[in-house]
Each structure stands twice: as structure tokens, then as C-alpha cells.
Design a protein around this ligand. Structure first.
Ligand SMILES: [Zn+2]
Length: 434
């Protein structure tokens, strides 16, 4: 293939963009109710289809869905969210590390949980994290624990050293509790408290890891409850961030680097730790994007500018992720979802205008997130692929939407098909057979 024909790709994931018909809006979906001139133009000039990311009518999380979209099989390589979140804070994880997601929370006597997010704590968390890292010394000095803040009340810890395993239970009662008696489990749900970590198997590594995590939580609690930041919070009538609540332990997954797998220089433009972490674990470039927060206040045009810069620097495949649309869908906020979709469309306008002519842009949603249900669903979500130089023949659709997607020429697509389709339109496909 003549290298001048090779194209680059911007894959824009509007997280949770797809939705169901909303009766109060005459059966329109938020995408149909939103003003999205660029998406509509793409649907006219590009190819459209509808997608199930992780498999036919299967409900994906954002992490597993993104893995599938990038051509990795989540069913065989997913080791939980913990390591992805840790990698999202910039840690270069090693094989054998045990990574765990956590919340800052407020506990009272007997470790009873008074506030799961410590009042959405944001201020002073750097000081708290430093105090934990400086002050907690584990009884096994060969194992090192490093704690890091992620986003607001969300935080992570990873353990590195010999003789540990991720086969341990959660300490957060909302999640996977290991308590034998169902009655006991109901009691804990009614009156939640931090639960002791237990090994999930009889290995000495799991037993040791459970002991170390319990010890770490206890010692952190001792430091946090006396910390001046928390004394100040109490004086101001705010819930103190006096405890760390862990869940979702996982071992470091060893992914084939994106560049080796697809022969593309890849980058990941995201504000959310989870997606940045995936990019990091796949060896993609994950620049810090000024103003990208993963929330409704995220600066999407800043993401667009960074995307254009990355292409100028020679990147060939850029994943751009917009989290806020999913967040507001989980909150059931249709009005804000429509607003965020329109903001997303403005971001697309900037990207389409400023990328070089040899760029294709693919826009999709990693899964459907229903505002009415407040959760992900298995319904297929629309996707579109557009080329700036009109090398892709358009489907001529009038609108980009869940309903129009069924009329597109790409038909039904699964996540694992996406990279081969994109490589095809990038003129980078390889022939199989003679
Ligand atoms: Zn998602």
C-alpha cells in the first residue's frame, strides 16, 4: 500500500450516549431530542451501524466495553477494575502487584459507615494521602503499599512485594461480601459497616494479603481520624474523611501493547482514571488534558485541541473519551444528557474542522445507558464512521440516532469487529489468504 493512502483514526466514545425511548418526550431518545448537526452530517456522509460492544445482547461495563472496542477480549483478560484505576493514576504497575479501588468515607464507632463519600471530599485529600503513605508501616516490611487519590473521594492503593494475591474479599459492604450466613449479610446491608477482609481461597498468599489489607485500613484510620484536615472538617460541620473503604482487588493484567497488536501509534485522551488506566496498560500515550474532569464541567474543547496536537505529532489512532454523558444518565437527568450530547457535538465539530484530510472519525457509545433505568442496558448503540476526504461512501441518513442506526450499511457490529472495520477504512487492512 502506498503510504500516502494510509489514514489516521479518531475514535470518539461518547460514554453511555445511546438510550431508550423516553415516554415523556413522545418516545424520543435523548440523542433524537438533542441538536447534533455534526453527528447528523456524519450519518449522512458516513457509514452507520449499531453495536454490541462485548457480545450479542450482553451488558458491558465501561472498562470491558472499551477493551472490546480496542480489539482485546475482555472475557479472557479482564482482572477487575482495581488495576485499571491504579494505572489511571499514572502508576506503572508490575506483574504480581495487587491493586484495589477505594473510597474515602466517614465511619463512626465500630466502623459503621456514616457517609460513603465523606461528603464528596475534595479539599485536603493530598495532605491525607501523604499522611497515609508516610505514616502506615506494614508488619511485613517486604511488602510496600502505596496509596493514591483518583477523583475526589475515589482513591486507590496497590501492594507490591512477594507472597501476596488478589484473591481477597471486599471491605465495602455494598459490593461482594464474603459472609457465609445470608441472614448476617442482610444485617450488614441494613446497618453498613466496613467488613474485615477475608481470603477467597486457602493459599497462604491470599491469607497474608487479607491480613495486610486489614492492617493497612486500621492504621490508615488511626492516622486519618486525628488528622488536622479532618479536625477542620468537623469544625465546619462536614463529615471527616476518616477511613478508607477498599473493594475490587485485582492483579496486574498483562495486555499485548496496542502498538504491537495493531501496528498503530495510539493515544488515549480521557479525563476519567478508568479509561486513562486502560490506555496506560495498553501502552498508549495518555496525556494529561487540561480541564478534563470526567464530569459535566469537563472542558471538551480542550480534549479536541489535544487530539489535533497528537495527530500533528504523528499519532495514528486516538481514542477520545467523554464520560459526563454516562454520569448524567446514571443520575436519570435527561435534560442534562441532552445538553451534554450537544456539547459533545461541538467537540466533534472542532475535531472534524481541524484534523488533516486523511483522518477518519468514528463516533459511538460503549454501551447504552438508560436515563429511566439509571443503568447500562444490553440494547445496541449507534455508531458512525466518517472520512474527511469523502473516501467513505455515505449512507445518506437524515439523522444520527438509535432508530436510524438500523438503516445504516454497517448493520450489526460487535466490539471485536470494530478495529478490523476501522483498519479497512484506514487502508491498513491485511489480506488473509492468497
Ligand atoms: Zn461506559
Amino acid at each position: 500500500m502506498d503510504p500516502s493512502h494510509l489514514k489516521t483514526c479518531v475514535l470518539v466514545v461518547l460514554d453511555g450516549m445511546a438510550d431508550l425511548e423516553i415516554p415523556a418526550m413522545d418516545g424520543k431518545t435523548p440523542v433524537e431530542a438533542a441538536r447534533t448537526p455534526i453527528l447528523d452530517l456524519f450519518a449522512k456522509e458516513g457509514k452507520v451501524g449499531y453495536m454490541h460492544s462485548i457480545g450479542y445482547w450482553k451488558v458491558g461495563g465501561s472498562d470491558t466495553s472499551h477493551m472490546a472496542l480496542l480489539g482485546y477480549d475482555p472475557w479472557s483478560i479482564y482482572t477487575g477494575r482495581g488495576p485499571i484505576e491504579v494505572a489511571g493514576t499514572g502508576v506503572n504497575l508490575q506483574e504480581g502487584d495487587v491493586s484495589i479501588r477505594c473510597n474515602y468515607c466517614t465511619v463512626g464507632d465500630g466502623m459503621h459507615i456514616l457517609d460513603r463519600t465523606a461528603g464528596y471530599v475534595r479539599d485536603g485529600i493530598e495532605e491525607l494521602a501523604n499522611a497515609i503513605n508516610d505514616g502506615v508501616h506494614l508488619s511485613d516490611p517486604s511488602v510496600k503499599a502505596e496509596f493514591r487519590n483518583s477523583q475526589d473521594y475515589r482513591c486507590v492503593v496497590y501492594f507490591r512485594g512477594p507472597g501476596i494475591s488478589a484473591s481477597i474479599s471486599d471491605m465495602d459492604p455494598s459490593y461482594d461480601i464474603i459472609i457465609d450466613a445470608p441472614m448476617e449479610r442482610d444485617k450488614v446491608k441494613e446497618n453498613p459497616r466496613i467488613i474485615d477482609c477475608k481470603p477467597r481461597d486457602n493459599s497462604k498468599e491470599a491469607i497474608h494479603m487479607a491480613e495486610l489489607l486489614n492492617e493497612w485500613v486500621e492504621k490508615s484510620h488511626d492516622i486519618l481520624k486525628k488528622h488536622p484536615v479532618n479536625k477542620r472538617r468537623e469544625e465546619q460541620g462536614k463529615p471527616p474523611a476518616n477511613c478508607i473503604m477498599p473493594r475490587g482487588a485485582g492483579e496486574t493484567p498483562m495486555y499485548e501493547p496496542f502498538h504491537e497488536k495493531w501496528h498503530l501509534k495510539g493515544a488515549c485522551v480521557a479525563g476519567t482514571g478508568l479509561i486513562k488506566g486502560l490506555g496506560n496498560l495498553m501502552g498508549m500515550r495518555t496525556p494529561d488534558v487540561p480541564g478534563a474532569t470526567g464530569y459535566v464541567d469537563s472542558d471538551l474543547l480542550s480534549k479536541a485541541r489535544v487530539t489535533v496536537e497528537l495527530l500533528e505529532e504523528g499519532m495514528e489512532f486516538i481514542l477520545v473519551h467523554v464520560e459526563s454523558i454516562d454520569e448524567v444518565s446514571h443520575d436519570g437527568n435527561v435534560k442534562l444528557k441532552i445538553e451534554m450530547l450537544e456539547k459533545g457535538d461541538e467537540m466533534l465539530e472542532y475535531i472534524a474542522e481541524h484534523v488533516p484530510d486523511n483522518t477518519i472519525i468514528c463516533v459511538l457509545s460503549d454501551h447504552t445507558t438508560s436515563c429511566e433505568k439509571g443503568d447500562h442496558t444490553a440494547d445496541p448503540s449507534p455508531l458512525v464512521i466518517w472520512s474527511k476526504d469523502s473516501s467513505i461512501q455515505g449512507d445518506g441518513l437524515q439523522k444520527f440516532s438509535e432508530h436510524h442506526a438500523y438503516k445504516g450499511s454497517l448493520k450489526h457490529v460487535e466490539g471485536k469487529d470494530l478495529m478490523p472495520i476501522l483498519l479497512n477504512f484506514m487502508n491498513r487492512h491485511e489480506q488473509f489468504g492468497a
